[in-house]
Write a protein that binds this ligand. Structure first.
Ligand code: AMP
Length: 465
């Protein structure tokens, strides 16, 4: 199936061809025709599936069907996303795919000076990509007018709710005209998402690709058991002995990320950290250096890493396992993207065995364990509580909003809404294993269960871990 069959205009097809895409991904196949028809969409898809182009291409086409007139441009499409990195990347996609259409886009997010954003908004914009907080800052200062929005996209809606943005989202919705097209994308479907979707979407079409956590064939996974004090030496050893040039390393805490960077630098391995306490400039710089290859290791916390799109990232290392099993799936999804093979390895000490069990239960598979000679764990070491983790005295991890769903990922409570506003499957819906492998499925693939709330990563407010 080629892009030409989807009803996209020549300008958009040209941009897609220049980007080098030969055929649409499953989510694009399903979403593009439906969005072109003007229907509301409930999209069950994670990053890495090509969903950004899936909503951006038809959005551009619909707006361009009525190009802006002579007067000042008004915001006709609003794309809300949870994080700054994702906002920047989505806007970059809008620019790339919209190269040959006369529409203007802008991205606004917090952590940077608001004034250039105000000037850009004043000069007129057709498509606005925004994080909720900064958008409301603009609304409060009356520097943004959302009264002419025709298309609303909520991207990674589950993350937005996890990060505590539900009230902000509701405030934004109140600023929009009632009649509009709504597209909501989410990797998981908690009751809260279902409530949001119920109130927002009008007879939506359900487009979905298989849960990534059942399909990670392109990502080879391994656990290296090791003592907690020897993780750093093992990481340096692995990077040096394999001569890895680009490694994304996950930590649970911002402080831990900073410390690991310093230690790697001491070992002669260039490293940069990316997390919520870093200024936006520092985050952008770290990411750029990592992409260019001037920095070998990017050490990230979960929230900061969300939405990072790094082509052909070969290695992801879980220096510490996440206490939320779904985060593991998001983490390893940073590699093995767009059909490339990737490797995800986890350094697991005795304290983390319960986390590993949870992850294996969610993935429905055991991850192979390989002890690296010279780094054998000491069997007499006892598990210690993980600070701000499960079982910690200082604050145990919050339970998920939907415990039933968490215990049983296939529990119907975790499924997309389907009552009055029943989403319809897209015609010819094709299921995808999350890695670009398609197969026609007769039964719907269901998204992963709910995540706990209140995990917003904020300066000095990291409660969860
Ligand atoms: P997304 O899920 O939107 O974050 O996209 C994941 C990655 O897939 C990005 O690097 C896109 O550039 C890439 N991509 C999107 N659509 C296609 C396609 N049709 N063919 C190949 N790669 C694609």
């Amino acid at each position: 199936m080629s892009f030409t069959t989807l009803g996209l205009s020549a300008e958009l097809l040209r941009a897609v061809a220049e980007k080098g895409y030969s055929e649409p991904t499953p989510i694009q196949l399903q979403a593009i025709p439906v969005i072109l028809e003007g229907r509301d969409v409930l999209g069950a898809a994670q990053t890495g599936t090509g969903k950004t182009a899936g909503f951006t291409l038809p959005l551009l086409q619909r707006l361009n069907a009525r190009p802006p007139g002579e007067g000042r441009r008004v915001i006709r499409a609003l794309i809300l996303v949870p994080t700054r990195e994702l906002a920047a990347q989505v806007e970059e996609s809008v620019t790339t795919y919209g190269k040959y259409v006369p529409l203007k886009s802008l991205v606004v997010f917090g952590g940077v000076n608001i004034n250039p954003q105000i000037s850009a908004l004043r000069s007129g914009v057709d498509i606005l990509v925004a994080t909720p907080g900064r958008l409301l800052d603009h609304a409060g200062q009356k520097t943004v007018d959302l009264s002419k929005v025709e298309i609303l996209v909520l991207d990674e809606a589950d993350r937005m709710l996890d990060m505590g943005f539900i009230r902000d989202i509701r405030k934004v919705l109140a600023l929009l005209p009632k009649k509009r097209q709504n597209l909501l994308f989410s990797a998981t479907f908690s009751d809260e998402i279902k409530t949001l979707a119920d109130g927002l979407l009008n007879a939506p079409t359900l487009v979905e690709v298989a849960r990534r956590n059942t399909a990670t064939e392109l990502v080879s996974q391994v656990v290296h058991p090791v003592d907690r004090e020897r993780k750093r030496a093992l990481l340096s050893f692995l990077i040096s002995s394999h001569d890895w040039q680009q490694v994304l390393v996950f930590m649970r805490t911002k402080h831990g990320a900073n410390r690991l960077c310093e230690q790697l630098e001491q070992d002669g391995i260039s490293a940069a950290a990316i997390h919520g306490n870093k200024s936006q400039g520092a985050r952008t710089r770290a990411l750029a250096e990592f992409k260019q290859g001037t920095v070998r290791v990017l050490v990230a916390t979960d929230i900061a890493a969300r939405g990072l799109d790094i082509d052909q990232l070969p290695h992801v290392v879980n220096y510490e396992l996440p206490n939320i099993p779904e985060d593991y799936v998001h983490r390893i999804g940073r590699t093995g993207r767009a059909g490339n093979e990737g490797e995800a390895l986890s350094l697991v000490c005795v304290d983390e065995h319960a986390y590993l069990k949870d992850i294996e239960r969610l993935m429905k598979r055991e991850i192979p364990k390989v002890v690296i000679p010279g780094y054998e764990p000491n069997p007499s070491l006892k598990a210690q509580p993980i600070p701000n983790g499960r079982g910690s005295q200082r604050g145990s991890a919050p339970r998920p909003a939907n415990n039933a769903a968490r215990r049983n990922p296939n529990n119907s409570a975790a499924r997309p809404q389907s009552q009055d506003n029943k989403p319809r499957r897209a015609p010819g819906a094709v299921a995808n294993d999350g890695n670009g492998n398609r197969s026609a499925k007769s039964s719907p693939q269901r998204p992963a269960p709910a995540r706990p709330r209140g995990e917003r990563e904020q300066p000095a407010l990291l409660k969860r871990r």
